[in-house]
Design a binder for this molecule. Structure first.
Ligand code: NAD
Length: 239
């Protein structure tokens, strides 16, 4: 079976680990990146992949990205919507522009990529979409209201799409990571990180590979009967 995947935000952090694990599992991977050009180039020296620069919050750039992927490696069988941004601060300090920015990347980006990927998947009667949400999308985080709301939207979209696309042979699932050691946690001090670890029953931060292995499993035929699910990979933080 042909295995062609697109990983958004795939040059750094969790996305980079996903790209690597999928490539090791035999997938032909298109790696989307925005500003992380150096990281993208270094990844392309480690795995055989197609690098595609695009801002997922820009509909035209997403459309151009899919055209390029289709002409170079064919239509995709697996879409991993991983690109995302976060912010930390009081709800009363969030400006409408900051709110819109959060939703434009974390929600509109997922919409634009699904909108491009789904028609070919319907035609082929086969496909898999994996959205990277967050445990905060399930339970909410104080001082991360815009982020939590955007990630909750991703969970709602996952469930609705799973119902709508299941009859076309397309599975749509969501992974809700807990605290994963990447640049995204860079805004936290060591004592704040220690507090997050204290609240994690398994007593550690997760690694990008923990999420990547889950993506690979969900994308595999082993999960052919799994759709519409929110898989927590959070060390027990949210149960
Ligand atoms: P990261 O900041 O290292 O990676 C985010 C990636 O998204 C980067 O490669 C970045 O360039 C890309 N990106 C951001 N805006 C983009 C845009 N407009 N267009 C294209 N790419 C864009 O952080 P990460 O921890 O690897 O995050 C990956 C995903 O995992 C995100 O969706 C994040 O919300 C989610 N997540 C992370 C954690 C964590 O603790 N690290 C926890 C839960 C969920």
């Amino acid at each position: 079976m042909k295995k062609t995947a697109l990983v958004t935000g795939g040059a750094r952090g969790i996305g980079r680990a996903i790209s690597k694990v999928l490539a090791e599992d035999g997938w032909t991977v298109a790696v989307n990146y925005l500003n992380s050009e150096e990281a993208a180039l270094s990844l392309s020296r480690e795995i055989n992949c197609l690098l595609v620069k695009a801002d997922v919050s820009d509909e035209n750039q997403v459309s151009a990205m899919f055209k390029r992927i289709k002409s170079e490696i064919g239509s995709i069988d697996l879409l991993v919507n991983n690109a995302g941004i976060s912010s930390y601060g009081l709800f009363t300090d969030i400006t409408p522009e900051e709110w819109r920015k959060m939703f434009s990347v974390n929600v509109d980006g997922v919409f634009y990529c699904c909108r491009q990927a789904v028609p070919d998947m319907i035609r082929k009667k086969h496909g898999c979409i994996i959205n990277i949400s967050s445990m905060w999308g399930q339970v909410g985080a104080s001082c991360e209201s815009a982020y939590s709301a955007s990630k909750a939207a991703v969970i709602g979209l996952t469930k609705a799409l799973a119902k709508e696309l299941g009859p076309s042979g397309i599975r749509v699932n969501c992974i809700s990571p807990g605290c994963i050691s990447t640049d995204m946690l860079g805004c936290f001090s060591q004592s704040e990180l220690d507090a997050l670890i204290d609240n994690t029953p398994l007593g550690t931060l997760g690694s990008p590979e923990d999420i990547a292995e889950m993506v690979c499993f969900l994308a595999s035929e082993k999960c052919r009967f799994v759709t519409g699910q929110v898989i927590g990979a959070n060390g027990g933080f949210v149960i």
